[in-house]
Design a protein around this ligand. Structure first.
Ligand SMILES: Nc1nc2c(ncn2[C@@H]2O[C@H](COP(=O)(O)OP(=O)(O)OP(=O)(O)O)[C@@H](O)[C@H]2O)c(=O)[nH]1
Ligand SMILES: [Mg+2]
Length: 625
């Protein structure tokens, strides 16, 4: 169990930890000289790991870094002084961090034993409505040694539930130092998963690779450390140095290394702040042991009154590592007061549409702490799908657990998407309706390509996800596919009776002089049909693949194109080069037409021109079927 001290400066936190553990955690010379705690201190007994924090208001950021990794609070209030400003602020911070268990130590009992009833009564009032409302209060004296046993048993009784051991490992670094003979050591709380010697992990947000050379859990060498333990890692890595690691970094599994500079969160403004929170206020943001500046954008209103909670977009001054349901604490621009905090709902929020009703509904769904509930909620609101990788990463869910989750929601996995069955059905219905309409208006065309179908949708899924949905529909035989074209299974390319009749008349004209077929104008006058009608029919036949328009109004049957390509391949000289003259001689169709055909071959990649000669790409001869 990791116990963190809290309370006003000089109220006896460090002295109490020393009385409980025998360890003086004020190690720095400056701490000794000034008689105050400046940096975090650590001490262990077989049962507890203590994190001792500074009480001075100037070191609240340090207190925050320490408190983010604890699971039980030891709130220290000196009897001679009673409740003081940082008693309140530390209490607020513990509450915002979601630390639900604690014990109150009424310290310096040797100095003011008679103040126990008064201070306890004040504290009961202060603690009412907080997670510590019923916390035991134990008068103690670090000097006289009284009350220590009661305090130990009260702490044992406050044991928190076990931390989530599943998920990838993630350790919040609160200290980094080098140790002679060992090298680089980082310490912190392992908030999820487990870490073993020889694991390869990543330092986040820098992304440097680290190898675990050795590890301690609760100050003892072990092969493996578990979530909920304070851990010291001896790490090495190709580009790693002491300067590369700072408090606030994370050591974690590569799959959850995804630094982000924007977070959607639900935050509460503390009831006792002086002013409402306005749009785009700059704040100090604390998450885990990290700290950065952030801009708060309110998503569903223009101001947030004290005591109220709402959804916000936090835009960070630098990318940090954050996952869903991480706690954030916000302090004012000058870092003089804690003003509020809450939970991260989405660490990878979309850039656009952040204030739309659809998005706000998604954020409400993401308030669920359980991944199953969150995913169900997310898929129940529009558009009914979610990015699988982002969701699993945000919730720190491994691939195997993710597959179980998708199965139990239930959701349909398509490419990178998870879709509700209803959303999948809606996509299918729209695709089928769009194809049906298209076939009716363009019966001569093979169908629609994926991007045209996608653009027809009211809510557009990502390209890759939609491609997977189309593939799933194809497998269900709801739609069919020819090359890049999707169509309804029973759609056959067809000509209208008028086109059909005209085509029957045109075909022999083309065949009569197949290497020099008549142009649209000639066909029109031969058949006494308007040019426009001939052209439109021949264009439709081109789209159907029967004809090829080699030059404006000059159409060749596709099989003739294939035949001419083969002739070109045979017309090359000993060097493999093709001249226009050689080609023309074989076709006997005149220089102008021969050159038009060759230029069309160039465009189609069948021939490659260089100066007056061409090479024939035999691998491309099949393009005309
Ligand atoms: N008489 C008496 N004095 C105490 C007791 N505990 C601590 N003190 C004194 O109170 C002063 C502050 O004690 P610390 O333990 O350093 O207080 P702290 O809460 O750790 O202070 P910061 O870490 O700076 O916030 C020191 O001078 C201690 O000697 C106690 O039980 N009895
Ligand atoms: Mg101290």
């Amino acid at each position: 169990m990791i116990v963190g001290t809290a309370g006003h400066v000089d109220h006896g936190k460090t002295a109490l930890v020393k009385a409980l553990t025998g360890v003086d955690t004020d190690r720095l010379a400056e701490e000794k000289r000034r008689g105050i705690t400046i940096d975090l201190g650590y001490a262990y007994t077989p049962e507890f790991g203590f994190v001792d924090v500074p009480g001075h208001e100037r070191f609240i950021h340090t207190m925050l870094a320490g408190a983010s990794g604890i699971d039980t609070a030891l709130l220290v209030v000196a009897l001679p002084e009673g409740i003081r400003p940082q008693t309140r602020e530390h209490l607020q911070i513990l509450t915002l961090l979601g630390i639900g268990r604690g014990v109150v130590a009424l310290t310096k009992a040797d100095l003011a034993p008679d103040r126990v009833p008064e201070v306890s009564a004040d504290l009961r009032t202060l603690l009412a409505g907080t997670p510590f409302a019923d916390a035991p209060m134990v008068p103690v004296s670090a000097f006289a040694g009284t009350g220590l046993e009661e305090l130990r048993s009260a702490l044992s009784a406050a044991a928190p539930p076990d931390r989530e051991a599943s998920g990838h490992p993630r350790l919040a670094v609160d200290r980094a130092f080098t140790l002679a003979g060992a090298g680089l050591i980082v310490t912190g709380t392992l908030v999820s998963g487990s870490i073993a010697v020889e694991d390869w992990l990543v330092l986040s947000p820098s992304g440097l690779e680290v190898r675990v050379r050795g590890l301690h859990a609760h100050n003892k060498p072990v092969r493996q450390a578990m979530a909920g333990q304070r851990v010291a890692l001896n790490i090495a890595g190709p580009k790693l140095s002491k300067d590369a690691v700072t408090r606030g970094d994370w050591v974690l599994h590569p799959d959850i290394h995804a630094p982000t500079a924007a977070l959607d969160a639900r935050i509460t403004l503390l009831p006792d702040v002086a002013r409402a929170l306005r749009q785009d206020t700059m704040v100090h943001l604390h998450l885990g042991a990290s700290h950065t500046m952030a801009r708060v954008s309110l998503l569903d209103r223009d101001r947030l009154e004290p005591g109220e909670a709402t959804a916000v977009r936090l835009t960070l001054a630098r990318p940090i590592c954050a996952l869903a349901h991480d706690r954030v604490v916000l302090r004012d621009t000058g870092a003089t007061h804690t003003i509020g905090g809450g939970i991260v709902l989405d660490p990878f929020p979309p850039n656009r549409g952040r204030r739309t009703p659809v998005r706000l509904a998604q954020l409400r769904a993401l308030e669920s702490g359980a991944a199953l509930g969150a995913l169900r909620g997310l898929l129940a609101v529009a558009p009914g799908w979610a990015d699988r990788a982002a969701f699993m990463r945000a919730r720190n869910i491994s691939a195997a657990a993710g597959a179980d989750l998708v199965a139990s929601v239930p959701a349909i996995a398509a490419g990178g998407l998870m879709l509700s069955p209803a959303a999948f059905d809606a996509l299918r219905d729209t695709v089928l309706a769009t194809l049906g309409r298209y076939h009716r208006t363009s019966p001569e065309l093979p169908g629609l390509q994926a991007d045209r179908l996608r653009l027809a949708l009211p809510d557009r899924p990502p390209v890759a996800g939609f491609a997977a949905v189309l593939e799933a529909l194809r497998q269900q035989e709801a739609i069919a596919r020819d090359g890049p074209w999707f169509r309804l299974p029973d759609h056959r390319i067809g000509l209208s009776p008028r086109d059909e009749a005209l085509w029957v008349a045109i075909r022999p004209l083309l065949a009569a002089e197949r290497f020099r077929p008549p142009r649209v104008r000639d066909i029109a006058s031969a058949l006494s049909v308007p040019e426009n009608a001939v052209r439109a029919t021949m264009k439709r036949l081109t789209r159907m693949g029967q004809l090829v328009e080699v030059a404006a109004d000059h159409f060749f049957p596709r099989e003739t194109m294939a035949e001419m390509a083969a002739i070109a391949a045979r017309a090359v000289d000993a060097q493999g080069l093709l001249t226009a003259a050689a080609f023309r001689d074989r076709l006997d169709n005149g220089r102008k037409v021969a050159i038009q055909i060759l230029e069309f071959f160039d465009k189609a990649g069948v021939t490659v021109r260089s100066g007056d000669v061409r090479r024939v790409r035999t691998d491309r001869l099949g393009v005309f079927g």
